[in-house]
Design a protein. Sequence first.
Length: 128
Amino acid sequence: MVAHLASPLLKGCGTVISRNNLALLYQDKGDYDKALPLLEQTLAVRERVLGVEHPDTLSSRNNLAMLYQDKGDYDKALPLLEQTLKVCEKTFGLKHPNTRAVWKNLQSCREKLKGGEEEGTAGVVTKP
């Protein structure tokens, strides 16, 4: 089974997870400028290596959208959340917890675009 560890899908996996976790730490601390490039890199790698429908890719897209929402950049968050929800519904179904979390995040973003609440994250999906 050692050859399995050399799989291209697993190569650098620890680096991607560490980058994601560091970005979430920066985000929690409010250091969005440090978190943003890390989340963008994580999403790009996961899209390329795992594909756009993989659960980790969906989590990364959601996390990036939530960072934009935390920054108040709802125009960037909204399309990411809409895209993520569409793929979650197709991949997991309507009742899956990840689909529901993204739906909740999307609704929160839409409310904020209309002038609703100003702070906080509705429900970050933080799976690495």
